[in-house]
Design a protein around this ligand. Structure first.
Ligand SMILES: C[S@@+](CC[C@H](N)C(=O)[O-])C[C@H]1O[C@@H](n2cnc3c(N)ncnc32)[C@H](O)[C@@H]1O
Length: 260
């Protein structure tokens, strides 16, 4: 197959005719949100474009908060964040529900030992209490073998090609079609497992920071083929970085409801 031998640039040029502009947009510095846990008084966050000195704040890309907003998890729901390190999205959800932290029923999971340690450190550093948060260090592809139909909402922010990161680090040499296909298979396994962990009627947000259709729309098509009728796609969108705002990106989001 032709795409197997394509370079990073050739591969994405084929998908995005305006690839040069998109690349520029991905390289552009974007702003960030500072979650200041010492002064959580309102949920209004503004995009900061210059670094501030704040040890009490967790910094994250504004666009990545969309994953949590779209999931719309409620305080009394059982919520799983299955690929959660370093913890930005879970922290954002806790930030939004800061006055009811003790009531949250949240599980945060991470496969990598080192990243799991980082996740624990971050949540311990920024949250006044973590006693009711369950920390787990498992392969979420296998989660369905241990628990099924337990979660009302699941955040599934999967590992991905993260092209923006590759471009920013100045070398795309580590990218290959084979690596990307392997990642897509991991993503699909994670999604299939997570959907079994959802209660019937529960909802999940699948997200990547990739612009590769094989890691985004194609994953949904594979799901539709394999599990026809068992799930409903509620919404999906790919947000590409724009020159005129500071929200960051790219991000791909798909909200899926379990029907049976
Ligand atoms: C995109 S990052 C998550 C970022 C995180 N949601 C945040 O907002 O800070 C994906 C994470 O999934 C983890 N991961 C990869 N494969 C996994 C698996 N099979 N099970 C659980 N976690 C996995 C990676 O180590 C990585 O930390």
């Amino acid at each position: 197959m032709k795409s197997k031998s394509l370079s990073f640039d050739q591969y994405y040029q084929d998908i995005y005719p305006d690839w040069d502009q998109l690349k520029k947009n991905m390289l552009k510095e974007h702003g960030y949100y500072a979650l200041d846990f010492t002064t959580v008084s309102s949920n209004k966050l503004s995009v900061l474009t210059e670094k501030i000195e704040a040890t009490d704040s967790y910094f994250l890309d504004p666009v990545s908060t969309k994953t949590v907003d779209i999931l719309d998890a409620q305080v009394d729901e059982v919520v799983y964040d299955l690929c959660s390190a370093p913890g930005g999205k879970s922290l954002y959800w806790c930030y939004q529900n800061f006055d009811q932290l003790a009531k949250l029923n949240l599980t945060v999971n991470e496969i990598s030992k080192n990243r799991f340690i980082k996740l624990k450190k971050n949540l311990n550093q920024f949250l006044p209490q973590v006693e009711n948060i369950r920390f787990t260090n498992f392969d979420a592809r296998l989660w369905f073998q241990h628990e099924t139909e337990v979660a009302d909402k699941i955040l599934l922010d999967v590992p991905c090609s993260s092209e923006r990161h590759l471009l920013k680090q100045g070398s795309t040499d580590t990218w290959s079609f084979k690596k990307m296909k392997n990642l897509a298979n991991t993503q699909f396994s994670l999604l299939c497992s997570a959907l079994e962990v959802l209660k019937i009627g529960g909802e999940l947000v699948y997200s990547t920071c990739s612009i590769n259709p094989l890691e985004n729309e194609n994953i949904l098509q594979r799901l539709e083929k394999k599990r026809t009728g068992r799930f409903e796609l509620l919404q999906s969108e790919l947000i590409l970085p724009q020159v005129e705002n500071h929200f960051g990106g790219p991000i791909f989001l798909a909200k899926i409801k379990r029907l049976s």
